[in-house]
Design a protein around this ligand. Structure first.
Ligand code: NOJ
Length: 557
């Protein structure tokens, strides 16, 4: 179900978003070939590995990441566009929330000059975001706070405006031609996300010097990743960033890397080999992390012979439905981790509309249900990703359509002029609920949504079994679900039990098969009494409507 739903929604939203980008950021351009620019030798030179080491603790990636759209997070210079210095100035907020990892959406110069996935220079920082020195400073200060930083990396395609592609399209015998994918005429039978992925390279899309493949958009030509030199160049780019101390990468669109025909354009065997080679680069460095975007087959890419870790795509729909009380979704959520690798990173929403609207909007602004959704993925996923603003209940922008409505400036204050995001004019409309849902209003309120996220993240940090233990005991009954995680170390066995009542009435959950004679200490909700297990390791716990409990088995005092 999620796969088809995701793909159909993805097709519609992607075309809309790319059309918008084409219209608003120099992204559309003309297909007219220009004289090939001279390639800067340093942009294609080999890069040898030189590991600066890592200041992060082992297993740091089994924590909570914040996905950050730098353009929208915090502006430091009043130009209305977020930047690296602005983000650095917010590290204490992120630390206080309990965040131990940042995923930065693309920060390279891009043709779209917006979400950044049409990269024009893989070894530079977009000037509106700052400089390499600003990134170094961000890394230094993040690491000092125990926060790792992973960058988005787009191996599937470049921007059409990238000098490599400008060369490749200029002539059939250009030396860079085979860095992209070409045919003399448009092949038939292709349809990707509702579009023909073949584009004429000549003036106004004519076939002058052939047709190139761009699965996402005419302005995003796919690299020819069957060309070993191209794949090695990408690994050089990765080493360029790893050598600076970047802690890893979120890899874009790994299901789309290689095409073998109109019925074989997604999730091809070559994709896994390419990603295993990428993983090989990262394992040459200390404590680096790779997480892949592969909505069609997340499980397969989470395995060791591929990315080793991937987003738990598909599950986010069930998390939202479970929070609404959908019993079938609750059963799927309970069962998910019984078979899914713990390297599948949980999340509720992200920057792409095909993954779902902003969580606040999906749940109709119901803060109780939003808390249930958040607790569901934060407590069951060893690695979890929060989409910036989710933790304060940011809504999308009214008056915007497509993905941009979910990529609004962070609501730091209730100012309807600038959200405290900039002293200038924000690059985009603000969230519709900026006046009521903002950081300033929530930071010091112990009952706020943001305080809830902080408390749940602190809870998972205080119970290592939740992130390192073995998942088991999954049981769903109507709107109730429970599971446990058991961590066995030289120090003994630590069992943590988690129960949810997504229903509208109080409900009792029966616990069985826990160590007899122990006490279940209540970590959540705060102030509730501990529960004593009977001689057969059983107990019953009653949960209020739309609530959850976290209990830890401890020896009877
Ligand atoms: C997936 C990204 O998440 C999306 O935002 C982007 O448009 C496509 N890949 C193409 O890079």
């Amino acid at each position: 179900m999620p796969r088809n739903k995701g793909h159909n929604a993805r097709a519609a939203l992607l075309s809309l978003t790319l059309a918008l980008l084409a219209g608003c950021g120099g992204g559309g351009g003309s297909d007219t070939p220009a004289a090939p620019p001279t390639l800067d030798a340093t942009s294609v030179s080999a890069v040898a590995a030189s590991d600066p080491g890592s200041a992060l603790p082992a297993n740091w990636q089994r924590g909570v990441f914040m996905e950050i759209f730098v353009r929208a997070y915090q502006d430091s210079d009043g130009d209305g566009i977020g930047d690296l210095k602005g983000l650095t100035s917010r590290l204490d907020d992120l630390k206080e929330l309990g965040i131990t990892g940042l995923w930065l959406m693309p920060i390279h110069p891009s043709q779209d000059r917006d979400h950044g996935y049409a990269v024009t220079d893989y070894r530079a920082i977009a000037p509106e975001y700052g400089t390499l020195a600003d990134l170094d400073e961000l890394l230094r200060k993040a690491h000092a706070r125990g926060i790792g930083v992973v960058l988005d990396y787009v191996m599937n395609h470049s921007a059409a405006a990238h000098p490599l592609f400008a060369n490749a399209r200029s002539a059939a015998d250009n030396p860079w031609r085979d860095w992209y994918v070409w045919q003399n005429s448009t092949p038939s039978g292709w349809n990707i996300y509702g579009n023909n992925p073949w584009h004429g390279a000549g003036s106004n899309g004519s076939s002058g010097v052939g047709h190139y493949f761009g699965g996402f958009w005419s302005q995003m030509p796919d690299f020819n990743l069957k060309n070993a030199r191209v794949a090695e160049w990408h690994r050089d780019n990765l080493r360029f960033w790893l050598n600076r101390g970047v802690d890893g990468f979120r890899f874009d669109a790994v299901g789309n890397l290689v095409e073998n025909g109109p019925a074989a354009w997604e999730n091809q065997p070559e994709n896994h080999a390419l990603m295993a080679a990428v993983q090989g680069v990262l394992t040459g460095y200390a404590r680096r992390y790779l997480v892949c975007e592969a909505p069609g087959q997340p499980h397969r890419y989470a395995e060791d012979d591929s990315c080793g870790s991937a987003f738990a795509f598909g599950q986010q729909y069930d998390i939202v439905s479970a929070a609404k009380g959908d019993t079938a979704a609750i059963a799927r959520v309970a069962a998910y981790r019984s078979t899914a690798s713990d390297t599948l990173a949980g999340f509720a929403s992200n920057h792409d509309g095909f993954a779902g609207e902003r969580l606040w909007d999906q749940l109709g602004g119901d803060g109780t249900r939003l808390r249930l959704a958040a607790a569901t993925y934060l407590l069951s996923s060893p690695t979890a990703f929060v989409y910036y603003g989710e933790e304060i209940g940011m809504a999308g922008a009214s008056g915007l359509s497509g993905d941009p409505r979910m990529r609004t400036p962070m609501s730091w204050t209730g100012s309807t002029a600038n959200a405290g995001f900039t002293t200038g004019r924000p690059f985009r409309a603000l969230s519709a609920n900026v006046a009521s849902a903002n950081m300033a209003a929530q930071r010091n309120d112990p009952a706020s949504l943001r305080s809830f996220y902080r408390d749940v993240i602190a809870l998972r940090q205080s119970l290592p079994a939740l992130t390192l233990g073995q998942y088991g005991g999954a049981l769903a009954q109507d709107t109730r679900m429970q599971f446990r995680r058991v961590l066995t170390t030289a120090a003994g066995t630590d069992t943590v039990w988690v129960g949810f009542n997504y229903g509208d009435r109080a409900a009792t959950l029966d616990i069985a098969d826990l160590p007899a004679g122990m006490v279940l200490r209540r970590h959540w909700p705060a102030g509730a009494e501990d529960v004593t297990l009977d001689t057969q390791g059983r107990a019953s716990v009653t949960l209020r409507a739309r609530s959850f409990a976290v209990l830890q088995a401890v020896q009877t005092p």
